[in-house]
Design a protein around this ligand. Structure first.
Ligand code: UDP
Ligand code: MG
Length: 320
């Protein structure tokens, strides 16, 4: 099997308008970095637009391009996993399809990798252009929250845009979980990882494929995948409530003996409702982990491939 010097892996969901410019810019950047010895892996994550047709056309014209068509929309992290499974390069660049992350930074990232002897060069967003205030605020809050609750130090303000060595990628691919938070999993893998600061641009075309619902799912997977702190909070809340109710008991007992017994229906209701709410919250937290266990225990393949256009040299095409 020939191992190209570089693989560029790109998950795409409804990105038809971006693909041609993306292909041109990524090709040029890869060529400038390693010459002809590279491959570009485009993964079509069940797009509803013309993405797959455009990919097939591009693959027919460029022997360095492999296009993979998943059987349906499996989500960003799984589409990315499909591309990573399939690629065969000695170095791997992960990049989004919307050109928010400039492919031209590849040369500098490779230079950092060589200079630092690193296995992973992860791009840290210094600025984010063309994104809503809400997105920036929630993203900033999310990364800081995650940093507090996880045991694995996951770099702040870092997306999936990164350059990896083959051994770091193979280590990443050996993690079998279904609910994947890839930037966290890469951090967990270890080796020498160095940051690379850059300014994030606006989308080339189209709009974000991460609506609030997907962002929330993503955040839940990140927290539950890398931390059991919420389960600990559940028991902390329980202990705190136990002491509170003990104090309450004393208060009631004093009332009983001094004759000023409480007839307070309101306070009773308040406590009942409050306790009910806390119980639901704690149950919900436990449920998140239980659900995760259930999903993992099914051991389904991570994704299914429907078609491939172009030469495939990498691993099997059916996921795990
Ligand atoms: N994406 C995907 N499947 C999805 C959603 C997104 O493959 O279900 C891809 C998308 O095409 C893009 C990348 O994941 O290449 C990041 O998505 P997007 O740019 O919409 O996210 P944002 O930059 O707004 O966080
Ligand atoms: Mg984007």
């Amino acid at each position: 099997m020939h191992r190209p010097a570089l693989s560029v892996v790109i998950p795409c969901y409804n990105e038809a308008e971006c693909l041609e410019v993306l292909h041109a810019r990524v090709s040029a950047a890869a060529r400038a970095a390693v010459g002809e010895d590279h491959e570009i892996v485009l993964v079509n994550d069940g797009s509803r637009d013309a993405s797959w047709a455009v990919m097939q056309r591009l693959a027919a014209a460029d022997p360095r391009l492999v296009a993979v068509n998943l059987s349906r929309n499996h989500g960003h992290q799984l589409a990315l996993t499909a591309g990573l499974d399939l690629c065969s390069g000695a170095q791997i660049l992960i990049i989004d399809a919307d050109l928010q992350d400039p492919p031209e930074l590849l040369a500098d990232m490779r230079a950092v990798m060589t200079a630092e002897g690193a296995d992973v060069v992860y791009a840290v967003r210094r600025r984010r252009e063309g994104e809503t205030f809400f997105k920036k605020l929630t993203a900033a809050a999310f990364y800081r929250f995650l940093d507090r609750v996880t045991d694995t130090p996951i770099p702040l303000d870092t997306g999936d845009f990164r350059l990896m060595s083959r051994r770091a990628l193979d280590a990443l691919l050996s993690l079998p979980e279904q609910a994947r938070f890839i930037r966290g999993m890469v951090a967990w893998v270890g080796f020498r990882q160095v940051p690379f600061l850059y300014d994030r641009h606006e989308r080339h075309a189209g709009e974000t494929k991460y609506p609030l619902s997907k962002m929330l799912r993503f955040a839940f997977d990140a927290v539950t995948g890398f931390s059991t702190a919420p389960l600990r909070w559940a028991s902390h809340i329980g202990i705190a409530l136990f002491f509170l109710s003990f104090l309450l008991l004393i208060y009631i007992a004093i009332g009983f003996f001094t004759g000023s017994a409480v007839q307070g229906w309101t306070s009773l209701m308040l406590i009942t409702v409050f306790l009910g709410a806390v119980q639901m919250l704690v149950l919900g937290m436990i449920g998140e982990y239980l659900g995760r266990l259930y999903v993992e225990s099914k051991r389904r393949p991570l994704y299914l491939v429907a078609d491939v256009a172009g030469p495939v040299q990498g691993r099997a095409t059916l996921g795990y």
